[in-house]
Write a protein that binds this ligand. Structure first.
Ligand code: ATP
Length: 308
């Protein structure tokens, strides 16, 4: 993308964050541009939630410059907050309310911030159907299943038709159908509403499916930034060729699959069986990048390279 920090919805420079003497973020720089879906990946405890909480204005950073929708989240007012949607990791309130009552009540907060371009809030009935809670609209929230609660969390996050949406592990606890519905919803918000979305997930297939751009947070900073394909290209040995000769099995990582397979045929001839080519997945790339930033970490399984 050719955008610059100037037109960024989110712009962060030198963000540092410590809890007591524990320094979690040691200098995060990142930009998110209008309409992008950006996925923040990183190991447990890397600081993803901390970063998102700073961007939401829920946490004061120890140091650094943070601009979100042109303002500093730490001091931004209600009008700014009405433009931002948040789905937190866990939200356990209002057990006696119904989804319809809760969304209607929260929606009222956004009505004064409605604009001709962006009618606020969402129509509650429409939203309930959109997140798959149409049939549970009038049940007490305390009786919803975990996945249904999570759907409600998502509805709470978008009731105000946000221009910018933060989603912290939004699909944790979703069944496959709910996950697919949610992915469709993210695409719809991005494509039809122009919503800019920053999400965290540990599901790399989800990241690959949803994200225009992936950021990997590790060791207190962003260690990789690019599309899934760009990141994969940065990691050497982007494909693996596996084959068998009699009872022996082999594997070889290579960037030149065609050349390698051609030589393999020349060398092995009819003895070659079970040929398989596997492209490096985002998971391979992620593990390699996280390992690269932590050289002392135990080696992640890279299959033995066979030279011949
Ligand atoms: N309120 C807090 N007080 C002290 N330490 C905290 C606090 N919140 C988070 N931490 C620590 O900061 C580090 C980063 O936590 P954070 O929740 O931001 O990581 P994360 O990347 O979101 O992790 P996960 O993938 O497990 O959700 C962790 O070591 C955590 O223990």
């Amino acid at each position: 993308m050719s955008s610059t920090a100037d037109d960024a919805v989110i712009s962060v420079r030198g963000l540092r964050m410590s809890y007591g003497s524990h320094e979690v973020l040691t200098g995060v720089d990142l930009d998110v541009h209008p309409g992008e879906v950006v996925c923040l990946l990183g190991p447990n405890g890397a600081g993803k939630t901390t970063t998102i909480e700073v961007l939401e204005g829920f946490r004061l950073p120890s140091d650094g410059q943070v601009r979100v929708l042109g303002e500093d989240p730490a001091t931004a007012g209600d009008a700014w907050r009405a433009r931002v949607g948040v789905v937190l990791q866990s939200w356990r309130d209002h057990a006696r309310w119904t989804p319809r009552a809760l969304l209607t009540s929260l929606g009222g907060y956004f009505a004064p911030y409605s604009t001709p371009e962006r009618a606020r809030p969402y129509d509650v009935d429409e939203l309930l159907v959109t997140v798959g809670l149409g049939e549970h609209a009038d049940r007490r929230i305390g009786t919803l299943s975990g996945g249904q609660r999570r759907r409600l969390d998502v509805a709470v996050g978008i009731i105000g038709r946000p221009e910018l949406l933060f989603l912290d592990e939004p699909t944790a606890g979703f069944d496959p159908q709910a996950r697919r519905d949610f992915h469709d919803l993210v695409h719809r918000l991005s494509d039809l509403e122009g919503t800019t979305i920053l999400l965290t997930t540990h599901d790399l297939a989800e990241a690959e499916k949803l994200a225009d751009r992936i950021l990997i947070l590790d060791d207190g900073r962003i260690v990789a930034d690019g599309s899934a394909e760009e990141l994969t290209r940065q990691v050497a040995g982007t494909s693996e060729v596996r084959w068998a000769r009699g009872r022996e099995r082999f594997v070889h990582p290579t960037d030149d699959v065609v050349g390698f397979v051609r030589r393999l045929f020349e060398q092995e001839g009819d003895a070659l069986t079970d040929l398989e080519v596997r492209k490096a997945s985002l998971e391979d790339t992620y593990l390699a990048m996280v390992q690269r930033s932590q050289p002392d970490a135990p080696s992640t399984a890279r299959l033995q390279e066979v030279t011949w």
